[in-house]
Design a protein around this ligand. Structure first.
Ligand SMILES: Nc1ncnc2c1ncn2[C@@H]1O[C@H](COP(=O)(O)OP(=O)(O)O)[C@@H](O)[C@H]1O
Ligand SMILES: [Mg+2]
Length: 246
């Protein structure tokens, strides 16, 4: 495949650099004072992983096609500067929100921007599939969504988008603890900017997973007793409570 981008020579140079790197899923590189991320297909060491996660090359090609498809619809997703079959060179979109939250650098204002950014991503009928604070970057001006996996959709329904919102709120409670004040401003900003059908689907989804919360309650207790700060089970309960009271 020919390298692709708007500036042929830059793309060729970046791909040369990418080819010479030791094989890793992600490597940060600097070229001409600009920072980029080189992404390559996942490597599944065992047959079991391969069976669970599918063909890595196919997943890689799918992600590259989805990133282009989302960008063509105006979504702020990782920008492919150059690509071939085994490498994607992406623009550096800044630190992931997970890092900012973990360092106490995220406030209500930033979370409102995040809620508005998710509503903006959804507006043309897209769904990310599994948004988490790890896969959203903030460069001081823009939020950018990374890592479009199998669940990403170019023709999303309101329940698909509600699932995105639910998972994102859940990721805030996992990373910042189940008493986090950061999820509420995210949710209210989404409500102000997003489609009311998604709001409705969110409350249905949240009520529907009551059994999951009931089933994992003992695990949430076990986490609390062990003093585990990041509990996805406690985060599930916190997410459902937040949705129920707003
Ligand atoms: N273009 C980018 N800009 C900034 N950070 C990035 C970029 N691409 C990847 N990263 C960082 O690398 C991490 C892993 O990248 P990701 O695309 O999610 O790979 P994976 O599919 O293996 O999870 C992200 O969570 C983010 O912290
Ligand atoms: Mg990721």
């Amino acid at each position: 495949m020919q390298p692709t981008d708007t500036d042929g020579t830059l793309a060729e140079r970046l791909l040369q650099i990418a080819h010479d790197l030791p094989r890793q899923r992600l490597t940060r590189i600097t070229h001409d004072g600009q920072s980029y991320f080189v992404k390559t297909p996942e490597h599944h060491a065992s047959l079991r992983w391969r069976m669970q996660k599918g063909d890595p090359e196919a997943a890689f090609a799918r992600e590259s096609a989805l990133l282009r498809g989302f960008a063509a619809r105006g979504a702020r997703v990782a920008r492919i500067v150059a690509a071939d079959d085994r490498h994607m060179v992406l623009a550096d979109h800044g630190p992931p929100l997970q890092q900012m939250v973990a360092r106490g650098q995220a406030d209500a204002g930033l979370m409102q921007r995040l809620g508005a950014a998710l509503a903006e991503l959804h507006a043309p009928g897209l769904a990310h599939g599994r948004p988490s604070l790890r896969d959203i970057c903030w460069n001081g001006t823009h939020m950018t969504f990374l890592d479009l996996e199998a669940g990403a959709k170019l023709q999303a329904t309101a329940p698909d988008q509600a699932r995105d919102l639910f998972l994102l709120l859940h990721s805030v409670f996992v990373i910042d603890g189940s008493a986090s004040p950061l999820a509420e401003p995210l949710l209210s900003a989404y409500r102000d900017a997003g489609d009311p059908a998604v709001w409705h689907a969110l409350s249905i989804r949240s009520r529907r997973v009551w059994w999951l919360e009931a089933l994992t309650r003992p695990l949430a207790w076990a986490h609390r007793i062990r003093g585990k700060k990041r509990s996805e089970f406690a985060a599930l309960r916190a997410t459902r409570r937040l949705v129920a009271r707003t």
